[in-house]
Design a protein. Sequence first.
Length: 255
Amino acid sequence: MKRIILLSVAAIVCFAAQAQAPRYNGKVLGVLGGLGPAASADFIRIVTEKAPATTDQEHPRIILLSEPRVPDRNGPIFGHGEDPEPYLIQGLESLQSWGADILCVTCNTAHYYIDHFRDGLDKPLIHIIDETVLASRKRSPGGAWLIATLGTIKAGIFQDNAEKSGYHFLVPEDEEREKVQQVIRLVKAGEYEAAGKLLRKVCKKLWRDKRVPVVAACTEIPIAYKYSALPADMCISSLDALADACIRELYDIHE
């Protein structure tokens, strides 16, 4: 009799836990990736790991358009190169036509262009800059180092966003910014260990000036950071911030 009662209590506890767990709401996430391919692949992995799912069927439906043909997002910010905006519009419109209910783009610099047409999209777009600034404010209220592409820094998309809420990013000097750009190139070339070693040097230099977390404001940087042997709690990942926001939207999680 005791065994039956214990089993019944365990079953009730298990049922209660399942009832309280967030449930996937059926919305389809459309991801415009390939900018670069390693970053979007990593994003899908992160979303899968963060999903409050215990079976295949509890995971969200995701449409990934990996489109590496999108021209370099940095060039036009500096006055040269092909405009990537038409490619971004086409990619997001394709995802909408394929049934995506929510959109996101796994490239920070791309949002400089996305902000030009975001309001014209039929479906809501989860904005990686918005979410990364929000995560930075929560994790490091006293500020953080902004490490990103040269184009992202020059365009000021993070600095302008942060200023609206009174948050402050520290921006590295030119020499360190160039090294960060090289880290990004190394990741895109598949040279992850070399990228990690160079990023380690950059971060240690920054932390000698002020020891606050670095914000990985380019989606290749979290990949390099894994190979840097640096403390995980000293990096605020834009990929993680975007994935967290997507999970909240897909599972109706309200904080």
